[in-house]
Design a protein around this ligand. Structure first.
Ligand code: NAG
Ligand code: NAG
Ligand code: NAG
Ligand code: NAG
Ligand code: NAG
Ligand code: NAG
Length: 390
């Protein structure tokens, strides 16, 4: 071996020639095989141009085929699998059942890069019984930030939200189903909102709100807080009393155990990843729908318990929606026009407490607040610019 190598080193020109010759032989043989094969294929299947003309002929014979498709302006091509409607349905109307909708919404792209410029958006999901009495305040909050949010409204079926065509709430009603408070149909409505919002691939964070909620910081602050957060905001705590562990049912054992049981506010904020888990999940949803019956309320236990069991490290375990339980009783305090003062609004924005945000502490613990009666609208609009900065 060593000797042979020496020979080559002595005659470098001869080595080059041999190499070139052997490459040539391999190349020529390759070309011959290639030609023979393609001739063979052509004989059996016809040429490529023939295949294409066959397809064109076939389509031309189908009348009105384009009606279901978008005509792309630039090239005049008919585009039946348009990226536009796939990435962001313009029209929220659809005839999908919940099963069909949740299945579609559970799709997650495997490819990490987006073939379009993706501006992450916050989905504001309103779970309402009908009218939105604080609408003017919300419209003011959203004004000028169109690229960064989407709105979804779940109403009582049959109710038509009456808003002006220039409102960001215009035609943002999703196909809704009846909801009976305190039952699992409330969780169904939450999942329905999440699923509809997931169909827009730009939505990155998902906030659940009611008609009595208000934003207490301006849009840029809320957006930055949520988009920049490493955690979701689902309140989740262990309450050993009758309103907490007392609502656990032994029928849930062993799938859910008492030490895993959690309680928390219904008003959540979720990342896209956690939202996909919720619309995709069936096992624990089914357990809750069967065994969490009054005085157990699925909307207060399903998400807190499920996230505690499986995705706890992605959750902050606190809520970003302020509420006042200080009066006691089953319902939180409602604030009307007489109760709203500048100091009150300042105090819910910052009451001196600090909260964990990513690895730091922040004085902003809450972004939204409830519950506000329709009469609160006037005073709230008055303080919107001076206190809430929108
Ligand atoms: C799609 O096109 C077919 C064939 O023209 C038509 O029958 C059908 O109604 C169209 N569907 C919609 C949603 O436009
Ligand atoms: C969405 O489609 C439905 C059914 O075709 C139609 O009634 C409704 O007006 C459309 N809405 C928008 C926003 O185009
Ligand atoms: C919708 O609102 C407008 C303006 O507030 C009002 O004039 C109209 O009567 C309302 N329509 C319905 C159906 O309530
Ligand atoms: C929230 O609770 C989970 C357990 O469910 C825990 O793993 C996680 O660290 C908690 N999150 C924070 C931010 O403390
Ligand atoms: C709001 O004001 C009314 C009337 O002054 C009072 O009765 C009620 O207790 C106040 N509510 C709260 C939550 O402070
Ligand atoms: C948030 O998560 C990102 C990505 O996992 C990580 O690089 C970053 O250090 C985290 N930030 C904080 C403050 O925990």
């Amino acid at each position: 071996m060593a000797r042979g190598r020496e020979d080559y080193e002595k005659h470098p020109g001869l080595l080059k020639l041999l190499q070139i010759l052997s490459f040539l032989v391999v190349f020529v043989v390759g070309v011959v095989i290639g030609l023979a094969t393609s001739a063979h294929i052509n004989r059996h299947f016809g040429s490529q141009t023939e295949i294409y003309s066959f397809i064109n002929h076939f389509s031309a014979n189908k009348p009105h085929k384009e009606k279901n498709c978008t005509t792309v302006q630039v090239s005049d091509k008919v585009d039946c699998i348009s990226m536009e409607t796939f990435l962001q349905p313009k029209n929220l109307t659809h005839g999908l059942s919940d099963d069909e909708l949740f299945w579609r919404a559970s799709m997650v792209p495997q490819k990490p890069e987006f073939p379009f410029e993706r501006v992450p958006k916050v989905a504001f999901m309103f779970l309402t019984r009908g009218p939105l009495p604080l609408l003017p305040l919300w419209e003011r909050f959203f004004h000028g930030h169109d690229k960064y949010f989407s709105i979804y409204v779940h109403v009582i079926p049959g109710y038509e939200l009456n808003v002006s065509t220039t409102s960001p709430f215009y035609q943002r009603q999703i196909p809704s189903q009846p909801v009976s408070w305190g039952t699992v149909t409330l969780v169904d409505a939450e999942r329905r909102l999440l699923a509809n919002a997931l169909l827009d691939f730009s939505n990155e964070r998902f906030v659940l709100l009611s008609e009595s909620c208000i934003p207490i910081y301006n849009f840029p602050t809320v957006y930055k807080y949520l988009i920049g957060s490493n955690h979701s905001y689902v309140e989740s705590y262990d309450n050993p009393g009758r309103y907490g562990r007392g609502r656990y049912s032994r029928e849930m054992f062993p799938d859910i155990q008492l030490y895993q049981w959690r309680k928390g506010s219904q008003w959540f904020e979720l990342s896209r990843a956690l939202s996909v888990y919720i619309v995709s999940e069936t096992k624990y949803y089914t357990i809750f729908s069967k065994y969490c019956l009054p005085a157990c309320y699925p909307d207060e236990h399903y998400l807190p318990t499920y996230f505690n069991m499986f995705h706890g490290w992605l959750n902050s375990n606190r809520t970003v929606t302020w509420v006042d339980w200080s009066l006691g009783g089953p319902h939180p305090a409602t604030y009307g026009g007489d109760n709203i003062t500048e100091d009150f609004v300042r105090s819910i924005r910052n009451n001196g407490a600090l909260c964990q945000y990513n690895a730091e502490m922040t004085s902003i613990c809450y972004l939204f607040a409830r519950k506000f009666a329709p009469t609160a609208l006037g005073p709230l609009l008055e303080f919107a610019a001076s206190v809430m900065e929108y």
